[in-house]
Design a protein. Structure first.
Length: 171
């Protein structure tokens, strides 16, 4: 990771922009996304209302994360726009939910990280085995499954870094 962080940057600069009090109106482009136009909003008497103004942003990717109710999937029970759950566990099944689908539209972006961590702890506590990495290694060994330890992975990673350029995300 350190080698990647200090490596010369190649390719196109990327930029993440968060626009608040904006409602997407139109995605424009020919054969791909090139621009998105937003309505500029303001808060009046506790309500978000459009100002009548717009602004556009040049872009190559749009990620939709809009809405206060999750998309309903067959086989799940919903309550007040969220999946019915107890602390993230759906019923008595080994199915879990996080984020707004779990708790409703509350919190900030970072809230989902701590929410996810809590659900992972619940998931691990519900496991019969393995409960930890030692249990997992015992299961793998008993089944004659070859695996690479963290130390082994670090040795491979260091050898790859010494042999060439750091890995790059191609996506």
């Amino acid at each position: 990771m350190a080698a990647i962080a200090t490596a010369d940057k190649k390719g196109v600069d990327r930029k993440l922009s968060l626009h608040f009090l904006a409602t997407p109106l139109e995605i424009k482009g020919k054969d791909r996304v090139e621009e998105i136009t937003f309505s500029v909003n303001e808060v009046k008497d506790g309500q978000v209302v459009p100002t009548g103004k717009t602004h556009s942003v040049k872009c190559g990717l749009v990620i939709s994360a809009i809405g206060y109710r999750c998309l309903e999937l067959p086989g799940l029970v919903y309550e007040s726009g969220k999946i019915k759950n107890t602390d993230g566990r759906i019923g008595s099944s080994n199915t879990y939910v996080v984020g707004w689908a779990k708790r409703g539209p509350t919190g900030v972006i970072g809230t989902n990280k701590s929410d996810s961590s809590e659900v992972i702890k619940l998931l691990i506590s519900n496991l019969t085995t393995p409960k930890n990495s030692r249990d997992l290694l015992e299961i793998l060994s008993s089944r004659n499954i070859t695996y690479i330890s963290q130390k082994g992975w670090e040795q491979i990673n260091n050898a790859e870094i010494l042999a060439g350029e750091p890995r790059e995300n191609l996506a």
